[in-house]
Ligand binder design. Structure first.
Ligand code: TYM
Length: 255
């Protein structure tokens, strides 16, 4: 029997956070043992913000190094750079013609990012999920290991694929999101009501994979908790403590 196909990727906007690692890459590593895996460096997706070309080139290669350091084995998995495979952008154009403005305007990431980058709301930011759909559908992927914030993009990918198949016959496999049980949404250490993000402007909010160990300890020690003198898991009432418990559980594999 042929192996199931996996595709996933991370944007090459510099460093990786602990959220990227626990939410996605940690699962990629496990999957490469049993599946046909394609792990992409999503450098075209980064063009929605303004980049220095030199920096983008070095970020792309740094991300490749981080994939390997995180355990993605080039002997077992296909690691590639999105911009080097022209079919991604080509299929994105075709799929754009099967995607409605209305459904794209419901994407929460578009709403968040257009608030964050109010001076540069370009159409790439709007059609970004279509490029992601092309990435996935091009490989006829069965499963897409991602963190919870990408779930909506997986849903629109399925809708686009089903629409296309409905018109032209079975062309694309309908992919499923694979969202791990633990740490699917790692929150910021200073603002535990927002996800930990590469672009957080709050100091000490994100742990980066190439932070030094003592810097990591310092960030955890400074993390926001609450005034109650008790440790318990309650995301609503105690988001800071609950986030720390989830991180601890994901790293130590204790339930
Ligand atoms: P990106 O680069 O924002 O994030 C990469 C992966 O990390 C996960 N992630 C998190 N998981 C848990 N907690 C967090 N705080 C956290 N922050 C990020 C994301 O869910 C994601 O799995 N559009 C995608 C990149 C992409 C892609 C694709 C992914 C392009 N094409 C095709 C899958 C398939 C993105 O911007 O992810």
């Amino acid at each position: 029997m042929s192996k199931k196909v996996i595709l996933s990727g991370v944007q090459s906007t510099g460093n990786l956070t602990l959220g990227n690692y626990l939410g996605a890459i940690k699962n990629w590593k496990k999957m490469q043992e049993d599946y046909e895996c394609h792990y992409m460096i999503a450098n075209l997706h980064t063009l929605t913000i303004r980049n220095d070309p030199e920096k983008l080139r070095s970020n792309t290669l740094n991300l490749l190094a981080l994939y390997i350091a995180a355990g993605i084995d080039p002997e077992k998995s296909n690691i590639f750079i999105q911009s080097q495979v022209a079919s991604h952008a080509e299929l994105a154009w075709v799929l754009n013609c099967f995607t409605y403005m209305g459904e794209l305007s419901r994407m929460t990431q578009f709403k968040d990012k257009s608030t964050k980058h109010a001076d540069n709301i370009n159409s790439g930011l709007f059609t970004y999920p279509v490029l992601m759909a092309a990435d996935i559908l091009l490989y006829q992927a069965d499963l897409v290991p991602v963190g919870e914030d990408q779930k909506q993009h997986l849903e629109i990918t399925r809708d686009i694929a089903e629409r296309f198949n409905g018109i032209y016959g079975k062309t694309f496999k309908i992919p499923e999101a694979y969202i791990g049980e633990n740490a699917a949404r790692v929150m910021g250490l200073q603002d535990p009501t927002s996800k930990m993000s590469k672009s957080s402007v709050i100091p000490n909010d994100s742990i980066f994979l190439n932070d030094e160990p003592d810097e990591i300890m310092k960030k955890f020690k400074k993390s926001v908790t609450d005034s109650e003198n008790i440790v318990r898991f309650d995301v609503k009432e105690k988001p800071g403590i609950s986030n720390l418990i989830s991180i601890y559980s994901a790293i130590t594999r204790k339930k």
